[in-house]
Design a protein around this ligand. Structure first.
Ligand code: SF4
Ligand code: SF4
Ligand code: SF4
Length: 312
């Protein structure tokens, strides 16, 4: 089977991780399903392995034992110690023979085509924790709505099982299809708002924010008539989103829509290590401020901006 086909069957989706027992992605203990593929290209992407809607090969230099078993089995000569990222992605056909030969999991496959039943099987393991903790299932990524047919079926199944559902989204999707087919089966939506200035959004996220904001406004309207609760979330990226000008503009926009709750996400520089593993270089990697964790006082100063607008 060709590993790079975007959708092998209609009822499969490309998923790069299912994380059980998570305490970080919504209320209570949750199973988090990470979908692969995203229409944005944020320069700080916290899950860079999620962006391409294709299976990829990851190489973790720190785990490598230097045994060269992988080089011996590669039929394409795609592994070369002299190459900048070890894997020559142009030559690699993703046969994954090197992954099977690797004794240390330094080489690994990123992304599998899974069925709804595969996901439900993973969810079943966490079922006992959902009731006691008020948890459930979170769809994350990447952008789950790129797999709309799949998440519609999955969400319906979860609703039948009485499991709480949460979607984390970048907000760029076909709103008419989303409103009809996905929104009715969600309990909560975490909606990322990154930059209010359209040109900056294009520069740092690769697309205009026009449709994202339009979708947010329509979702707020839908939410007011019942259904899923919407929580806007703002990733704090030093000198990009975490500026007083941008945060004040977001706060003012949200207050204008009657939103009173917001979550800010402190900056995490670990994305750079993940980027290296999939052999992608970044123009931002050499930027000292992007390599540094944000100080708690700086995060609080950002939260204060929203408090000034009477938001919690
Ligand atoms: S929207 Fe999220 S997953 Fe997509 S590129 Fe931006 S940070 Fe990465
Ligand atoms: S996946 Fe196959 S072609 Fe690619 S580097 Fe590994 S062995 Fe070589
Ligand atoms: S097989 Fe694995 S451990 Fe051995 S050299 Fe290749 S990547 Fe490193």
């Amino acid at each position: 089977m060709d590993n790079n086909r975007e959708n092998v069957l209609q009822d499969t989706a490309l998923i790069f991780e299912i994380k059980g027992n998570s305490l970080d992605d919504g209320p209570g203990i949750r199973t988090v399903v990470f979908f692969k593929g995203c229409p944005l290209r944020c320069v700080w992407c916290h899950n860079p392995e999620s962006i391409r809607k294709a299976v990829e090969l990851s190489f973790d230099e720190k785990e490598c034992l230097g045994c060269d078993s992988c080089i011996g089995v590669c039929p394409c000569g795609a592994l070369d110690r002299a190459a900048p990222h070890f894997i020559d992605t142009v030559r690699c056909t993703l046969c994954l023979k090197c992954v099977e030969a690797c004794p240390s999991a330094a080489l690994s496959r990123v992304g599998r085509f899974l069925t709804v039943d595969d996901v439900l099987e993973a969810v079943h393991k966490d079922l006992p924790f959902f009731k006691t903790s008020g948890g459930g299932v979170t769809l994350s990524g990447g952008e789950p709505t790129l797999h709309l047919d799949f998440i519609e079926i999955l969400l319906k199944e979860l609703r039948c099982m009485g499991i709480s559902t949460l979607l984390e989204t970048c907000g760029l999707f076909d709103m008419d299809r989303f409103a009809d087919r996905v929104f009715p089966f969600l309990d909560m939506i975490y909606f990322d708002i990154k930059l209010m200035d359209e040109e900056e959004h294009e520069k740092f996220c690769g697309v205009s924010n026009h449709r994202i904001l339009e979708n947010f406004e329509r979702l707020c309207g839908l939410s007011r008539t019942g259904g899923a609760e919407i929580l806007p979330r703002i990733p704090l990226i030093p000198e990009i989103t975490a500026t007083s000008r941008n945060l004040e503009a977001i706060a003012s926009y949200l207050r204008g829509l009657g939103v009173s709750r917001v979550e800010v996400l402190p900056y995490n520089p670990l994305w750079m290590q993940k980027l290296r593993k999939i052999g992608v270089s970044s123009d931002w990697g050499g930027n000292e401020i992007m390599r540094t964790w944000m100080k708690p006082s700086a995060v609080e100063a950002c939260r204060d901006i929203f408090r000034d607008f009477e938001m919690s």
